[in-house]
Ligand binder design. Structure first.
Ligand code: PGA
Length: 267
């Protein structure tokens, strides 16, 4: 069985570099005592800490146990874009993964599918691995149609090979812990939606054009993770299913003890 993927999305936390280093230290102490690490761990700090986190990874044993991720990326490489951080800058800091399309950016900051699509292409151009967030705002009658449309526009124009390189994070917006009345999805429902996401991808990346046949094969489908109110109480409910390749953890990833307890359960 392939290793489960755990992504820590620190969002705009913690407040200080000192606290960020404390979180890393706890993770380092925990991982240092593991004989074998049966999961892949990716930490996505806020940009202001990326360089320092990179230094900690480089100078400690964490470097061989944790990969560095970014929470966002500039949509273009060459254009001047005030406030943005380019793929080239991230690459120089050994960032290997970048989240695109997080629901807080889509819904709280108005990021369109078109911008997310440009960011996704920017991650690929800079030879990093995109972690592409998708998810419905409400699980109402039309949610599958919504999801299908979001996937099609987010991945538009990508070759089948590039779709395969992505990790998808299915994060229903209503389940994200910062929303009022948030509650985690039911893992059985999550698995059904993963199947729907896979069907949508296969349907769209299986076509013939003058340039040849482009088919996304079942064995090359992206890995799909679940995110939304994952805690140490429910992480195993999701991870115990073969179909769920991992979890994207927000709030609980900056609560040191709780995050270690999540890792301990996977290990
Ligand atoms: P949460 O956040 O775990 O706090 O619900 C997940 C996310 O927003 O990626």
């Amino acid at each position: 069985m392939s290793k489960k993927i755990i992504i820590a999305n620190w969002k705009n936390h913690p407040e200080s570099l000192g606290q960020a280093k404390e979180i890393l230290e706890s993770i380092g102490n925990y991982l240092g005592n593991l004989e074998e690490q049966s999961f892949s761990l990716i930490i996505c700090p806020p940009f202001v800490f990326t360089e320092e986190v990179a230094k900690v990874l480089e100078s400690t044993s964490l470097g061989s146990r944790v990969s560095l991720g970014a929470q966002d990326i500039a949509p273009d490489d060459e254009t001047a874009l005030t406030g943005e951080v380019s793929g080239a800058m991230l690459k120089k800091l050994n960032v290997r993964y970048a989240i695109v399309g997080h629901s807080e950016r889509r819904w709280k900051l108005g990021e369109s599918d078109e911008i997310v699509n440009r960011k996704l292409k920017a991650v690929l151009r800079n030879e990093m691995i995109p972690v592409v967030c998708v998810g419905e705002r409400e699980r109402n009658g039309g949610y599958k149609e919504f999801l299908k449309n979001q996937i099609e526009t987010t991945f538009a124009g990508l070759a089948a090979d590039d779709v395969s390189k992505c990790i998808i994070a299915y994060e229903p917006v209503w389940a994200i812990s910062t929303n009022p009345d948030a509650k985690p999805d039911n893992p059985e429902e999550t698995i059904k939606i993963f199947d729907f996401i896979k069907d949508t991808l296969i349907e769209n990346w299986n076509f013939q054009s003058e340039a040849g046949t482009f088919a996304l094969k079942i064995e090359n489908l992206p890995k799909i993770l679940y995110g939304g109110s994952v805690t140490d109480k429910n992480s195993q409910d999701f991870l115990s299913h073969r179909e769920i390749n991992g979890i994207l953890v927000g709030g609980a990833s900056v609560r040191k003890e709780e995050f270690i307890s999540i890792l301990a359960k996977v290990a």
